[in-house]
Design a protein around this ligand. Sequence first.
Ligand SMILES: NC(=O)c1ccc[n+]([C@@H]2O[C@H](COP(=O)([O-])OP(=O)(O)OC[C@H]3O[C@@H](n4cnc5c(N)ncnc54)[C@H](OP(=O)(O)O)[C@@H]3O)[C@@H](O)[C@H]2O)c1
Length: 253
Amino acid sequence: MKETVFLTGAGSGIGKAIAKKLSADGYDLVLIGRRLNKLQETATEINRPSECLELDLSLGSQIVTDTVKSWIQDHSENQVIGLVNNAGQFLRSPFGDDQDDWDLLFQVNLMGPVNLTRALWPHFQKNREGRIVNISSNLGQTPVAGTSAYSALKAALDNFTKCLALEGGAFNIRVNSVAPGLVDTPIHDFHQKDDSGSLQLKAALHGMHPLSRMGQAEDIAGAVSYFLNPNNSWTTGAILNVDGGLSLTSKDP
Ligand SMILES: NC(=O)c1ccc[n+]([C@@H]2O[C@H](COP(=O)([O-])OP(=O)(O)OC[C@H]3O[C@@H](n4cnc5c(N)ncnc54)[C@H](OP(=O)(O)O)[C@@H]3O)[C@@H](O)[C@H]2O)c1
């Protein structure tokens, strides 16, 4: 049986680096995202079998469940052992102006992971094997102003991680979170819209970290690989800061 991992947001940034690392680790992958062309780019860059599933996680539980169930039915030769809930969006606006942020981020950043996990949970329970990694954020523990939706929902994701670690233990399902600091990915492209200040801002973002640099997507991929590795099978319910020390500082560029 081929050990297979579902990975969301695999077409860019952290997700693409996770796809490369996990394929090097020997897993087959199901790459999930909205932009099929980006997923296919990732698929051609990794040297193991992978499938691309075009799926908008904001569309709700039914479509997610149906998509996962039918994939598993059609691929009985694969043993799905893992799920990496990486897809997410970042929006920033003052509380009061942020109703749309809450609605969208609730569906994508929180219910996306919840719905995918729910779709795979019975499969993991039946097989007594499941490894789930949620990509949360440093902001889930120490927020900055203007990010109440993003930060509160990442905090909820970390709490979801801990609760599922408690419930999954009896079924050999391990659930952990990786909480990145600022990682240099397209999620920060909105900074580029700032006029000439954008380069200065980027320098400031690097400088906020005690290790004096923003993270690279590969920094996060290494942590995900650790949590999925069967040799690390006694770790569950952990929230691992991979953040260049950012969580030790007071921050806000
Ligand atoms: N970069 C950072 O500084 C940082 C820090 C802390 C946490 N994180 C977290 O890390 C994760 C990855 O972010 P990133 O930095 O790699 O950003 P990114 O390059 O913008 O990647 C985000 C991914 O999420 C997917 N996505 C967004 N909305 C989706 C939806 N409705 N349905 C399905 N897929 C969706 C996108 O793919 P499509 O557009 O193809 O759908 C994209 O591949 C996110 O959860 C983010 O909150 C990032």
